[in-house]
Design a protein around this ligand. Sequence first.
Ligand SMILES: NC(=O)c1ccc[n+]([C@@H]2O[C@H](COP(=O)([O-])OP(=O)(O)OC[C@H]3O[C@@H](n4cnc5c(N)ncnc54)[C@H](OP(=O)(O)O)[C@@H]3O)[C@@H](O)[C@H]2O)c1
Length: 251
Amino acid sequence: MNLPWTICTIAWTALAVGTAVVLLFRTAPYGRHSRSDWGPTLPHRMGWIVMEVISPVALLGVLWWRFDPDLAALSGYQVGLVALWLGHYVYRAILYPFLMRWKEKRMPVVIMLSAVVFNLVNGGLNGAQIGAISPPSDIPIPMWIGLFLFVAGLLINIQSDAILRSLRRPGETGYKIPEGGMYRWVTSPNYFGEMLEWIGFAMLAATPAAVAFAVWTAANLIPRALSHHAWYKDQFAEYPRHRKAVIPFML
Ligand SMILES: NC(=O)c1ccc[n+]([C@@H]2O[C@H](COP(=O)([O-])OP(=O)(O)OC[C@H]3O[C@@H](n4cnc5c(N)ncnc54)[C@H](OP(=O)(O)O)[C@@H]3O)[C@@H](O)[C@H]2O)c1
């Protein structure tokens, strides 16, 4: 990787650490942590699709622009990485927002814009670095473990999202204690699954940009999981005492 890309990626990762510190003290204002003083809002589903679709578009756009206009020169290994990225975002950007019952829900425009910038940089950096990978001659064991973590994380994330979705009947907006799946052990298994996915992806891709994304995911989701956990304990006297916030038996 050349020097400008290296500097960009290091700065990007450092920003993730700074963001985590801010988020530990100031929870991002959406969902149960919404506040009315974050300016104009837009329909939640529209905001969600726009902000998430940017990531695969940026990844494919940079690959196409910088490396190979018809993408035919990419190795099978590079195509596999792109396929995993696209698989995640088909779920996150397209299926998830239509599965959720978000008819009345709204999102602050500033949250959508900050996620658009995040996904633009993240997708772009990862596209650039996936495009520059030389495929390994064989797949070493850490990469197989990475693939396993990615797939396991995606399944945990999808299952946990589905359990949350099943808690409300049409028209309901309140909160219940989620049960089943990995909710036996943690308050936010959806975030745990998401973190596993991107740690796995970083092991597979072995690029600084993929590591930066794994760090960013933890930087966003660990503070949010801690806020959710404190919120549940505050709202529900019967909230299971043994349940951790996001990492089973640890945190
Ligand atoms: N890679 C990243 O950096 C990143 C960042 C953010 C999110 N994500 C992923 O995006 C997905 C959604 O994230 P999120 O922060 O919106 O998750 P969340 O806070 O767990 O909420 C997910 C959905 O479930 C509903 N819900 C949550 N707890 C509930 C309960 N106890 N009873 C009834 N309904 C409940 C929420 O409603 P309300 O909105 O009304 O609370 C929301 O519609 C997750 O899978 C997460 O991993 C990834």
